[in-house]
Design a protein around this ligand. Structure first.
Ligand code: SF4
Ligand code: SF4
Length: 314
């Protein structure tokens, strides 16, 4: 499909993962869009939260060549500071990352036009055809860049591609409805039902999320609910029981479980962040904890299964 240049808006893409077997049926290309309206304490992609481009620095890769310092137009590279980047001065122009031979400096977020992104995902069309796969939009939260997401999904459909989205559900209901004609599958996170706890642990109210979950079931959208299983934060008896009650109320008896992994913690320093996550987030979820969550759902009459290898907890 040719996209008219006037409609060729751009979106901020965090990453494109090819040959994924984890983000929906078949072999998929997963496009991660940058920006999220939530800031979950356990977010495994902290670099996806800000809707603006950023620069990351992995000290262990640096060979000390100082190419970045010469390239920086803002005089923001400081070799006498462990953080290396003066983030007050940095404009995230990306010049340091472009020249870095060891990719110690790296751009977090790159702009793509619809046509360029479509071209990227269509490179794998043969794999989609053979495997029944397609394109999955993830994030961050893809609906945050709504116009881009809508236009890209339309373009994928016009190109005959299977499409899926991973969403945290915090979007205007009208916007979600507008996406439906262009989506084959929706993976919808249900994290915490108690509104005070949701606000405390994700930074946002959950009323709109629950409303959207109900709306999607009512309009028979192809939605799969998922729970990021996070030690103590989401994986506790009260929350699981409340999720069970909610699902039964809307007439759903299944949920996918996305096990928590702690390896995101190192990413914080790449972004110049010095905060340290609570102790329970610094270790992985054990298989016993996961089995106990499956058991708790079973007691609620909900069939829960791990989607490990499908979608990591966001
Ligand atoms: S992104 Fe641009 S302004 Fe920021 S440190 Fe790199 S070169 Fe300097
Ligand atoms: S260009 Fe890269 S490798 Fe060279 S000093 Fe800068 S960060 Fe280190």
């Amino acid at each position: 499909m040719d996209v008219h240049p006037e409609n060729d808006m751009t979106g901020l893409v965090l990453d494109i993962q090819r040959y994924s077997l984890d983000d929906g049926p078949g072999i998929r290309t997963t496009v991660f869009l940058k920006g999220c309206p939530l800031s979950c304490r356990w977010c495994q992609n902290p670099e996806s939260i800000s809707p603006a481009p950023e620069i990351g620095f992995r000290a262990e890769r640096c060979i000390g060549c100082r190419t970045c310092q010469k390239a920086c137009p803002a005089d923001a590279i400081m070799f006498d500071n462990a953080d290396r980047i003066d983030r007050g001065r940095c404009t995230a122009c990306g010049a340091c990352a472009e020249g870095c031979p060891s990719r110690a400096m790296f751009a977090v977020g790159k702009r793509y036009s619809i046509s360029k992104l479509l071209e990227e995902v269509k490179r794998d069309a043969a794999f989609y055809e053979e495997s029944g796969g397609g394109v999955t939009l993830s994030g961050g939260e893809p609906t945050l860049q709504f116009d881009f997401t809508l236009a890209f999904l339309k373009a994928c459909k016009e190109a005959g591609l299977n499409t899926a989205i991973e969403t945290n559900g915090l979007a205007a209901s009208d916007n979600l409805r507008k996406l439906l004609p262009y989506l084959d599958r929706i993976y919808f996170d249900l994290k915490i039902i108690n509104s005070v706890e949701h606000q405390r642990l994700t930074g946002a109210d959950n009323r709109q999320i629950l409303e959207n979950a109900r709306m999607l079931v009512e309009c028979r959208a192809p939605v799969d609910f998922r729970l990021p299983v996070v030690p103590s934060m989401t994986a506790n008896k009260a929350n699981i029981s409340e999720i069970g009650v909610f699902l039964k109320k809307v007439g759903v008896r299944e949920i996918g479980l996305c096990p928590y992994h702690e390896n995101w913690v190192t990413k914080l320093s790449w972004l110049g962040r010095r905060d340290s996550p609570p102790a329970e987030l610094q270790k992985p979820l054990t298989s016993e904890e996961l089995l106990s969550v499956i058991d708790m759902f079973s007691q609620e009459g909900i069939n829960a299964r791990s989607v490990e290898g499908e979608i990591a907890a966001r």
